[in-house]
Design a binder for this molecule. Structure first.
Ligand SMILES: [Zn+2]
Length: 443
């Protein structure tokens, strides 16, 4: 009788997981390149979306663009029984003291929240940018179509909302169009502060900035590879945390890096045709993006983007010089690729949205012993836990062991000195939290 029960439970567990895995494949299939194309075209047709451009016109400028984005989110919400909370979140930016601000203005983000059924205060965020720029970022009247930078990320975010609004998630998913990116990451800073002030428990930020270009200035044409940028350790860590790291490790194991590894693994699992490329740095050399203001406040956040950029097609006035066509026009955007990167976002939002919270306290021990030992806090809603480990030189969590519903475990014969370790919580549905690097030592 007991055997039958155990077998039934295992079958139920497997059935549950394969059904949810099927949902992940359906999500990939439901992302539409045509809709992304239409939305990029609509955004391009606003002429310029410079943060300081016209806000009154119905057809041109950032005001018209953000009203259209809000109406799209509102329409999506109507089709899912009002499952989205849609609102503007804004902050005032003044010319004084800001060399790249031509005049005082409100920097307005458009936010759509799909509330979680079980953990409404836990948020996973997908962002794109509303704003665009031409050669001179201060010129807010000249055409700046910003088709790839960053109508692609914005359109991907809207499309992810369309697809995922057909499902319910345990944690909340936020779809957001940020503004003021090109002049100083104002919109991201505003929303990060809003999240902090409202005590959001942020699982992670997936910031999409340029997800549609496959022809690089380096001559490479590639519609499979994309980059995941992540900073190594939180920017706001304490001096004590920095000191402890010298002895216990963690130089490449901050929360944003774990989020990057999560996306890497999930992509490899469900979209094996893709080549996710983790880049071990905050962003491109000396350049920035809207995940950074979240990182500044200690939230996990990464930048997702194409692998091969084309600099003649970003931040450029539309013109022809010496036979080279400059400008971020829609002709250069590959919609099939933007669809794939949107799907990468969607499956990671879904997996994180369906996963239980990660343990907060993870202790590790086993100094001068033959086995590594672990202890962590019990997570309400987790069915079990997985211990991950890897060689110290490996970028990915290559080894794992599911240990069931316990809160301590000893990995026999695995010496603590030779690997890095982490713990993830696993839900009844099979979805996993990001891996947590140990933050306590047992002596
Ligand atoms: Zn840009």
């Amino acid at each position: 009788m007991k055997k039958v029960l155990v077998l039934t439970l295992i079958l139920f567990y497997n059935f549950n997981f394969s059904q949810n895995q099927q949902d992940i494949y359906n999500i990939i299939d439901n992302v539409s390149a045509e809709r992304i194309q239409q939305d990029i075209q609509t955004l391009v047709d606003f002429g310029t979306r410079n943060t300081f451009s016209d806000t009154i016109s119905e057809t041109r400028g950032i005001g018209a663009a953000r009203r259209w984005i809000k109406s799209e989110f509102d329409n999506i919400s109507k089709n899912c029984d009002n499952c989205l909370e849609v609102f503007y979140q804004k902050d005032f930016v003044s010319k004084e003291g800001n060399s790249r601000v031509p005049h005082d203005a409100w920097v307005v983000n458009v936010v759509a929240i799909q509330k979680g059924t079980k953990y409404p205060n836990r948020y996973v965020i997908m962002s794109g940018d509303i704003d665009s720029r031409a050669s001179n970022t201060m010129n807010f009247t000249i055409d700046a179509p910003g088709a790839n930078d960053n109508a692609s990320g914005m359109a991907g975010t809207i499309e992810a909302a369309r697809v995922l609004s057909k499902y319910e998630f345990e944690s909340s998913i936020v779809y957001v169009g940020l503004s003021g990116e090109e002049q100083g990451l104002f919109g991201g800073a505003g929303l990060a502060k809003y999240a902090k002030d409202n005590n959001w428990d942020i699982i992670g930020v997936l910031n999409n900035d340029m997800i549609g270009n496959i022809k690089g200035v380096d001559g490479v044409i590639d519609n499979r590879t994309f980059r995941i940028f992540s900073e190594p350790v939180p920017a706001n860590e304490t001096e004590r945390q920095r000191t402890l790291r010298r002895f216990y490790g963690g130089e490449v194991d901050g929360i944003s890096r774990q989020l990057a590894r999560y996306i890497y693994k999930n992509t490899k699992t469900y979209m094996p045709e893709m080549n996710p490329m983790m880049v071990y740095r905050l962003d491109r050399f000396g350049r920035g993006g809207h995940h950074r203001p979240f990182n500044d406040l200690g939230f996990a956040g990464v930048r997702i983007m194409e692998a091969h950029e084309n600099y003649t097609q970003q931040h450029q006035d539309i013109r022809e010089e010496n036979g080279i066509k400059y400008g971020d026009v829609i002709e250069h955007v590959n919609f099939g690729y933007a669809k794939k990167l949107t799907a990468v976002n969607a499956i990671n939002l879904a997996s994180l949205g369906w996963a239980p919270p990660a343990p907060k306290e993870v202790a590790i021990g086993g100094v001068v012993e033959p086995s590594a030992k672990f202890k962590w806090d019990k997570i309400e809603g987790a069915n079990g836990y997985k211990i991950y480990w890897r060689d110290t030189t490996s970028p990915t969590w290559d080894n794992s062991r599911y240990v069931g519903d316990v809160t301590e475990f000893t990995l026999d014969g695995i010496v603590i000195d030779n690997y890095f370790f982490g713990i993830a919580a696993v839900g009844e549905n099979g979805f996993e939290s990001p891996v947590v690097f140990p933050n306590k030592v047992m002596r």
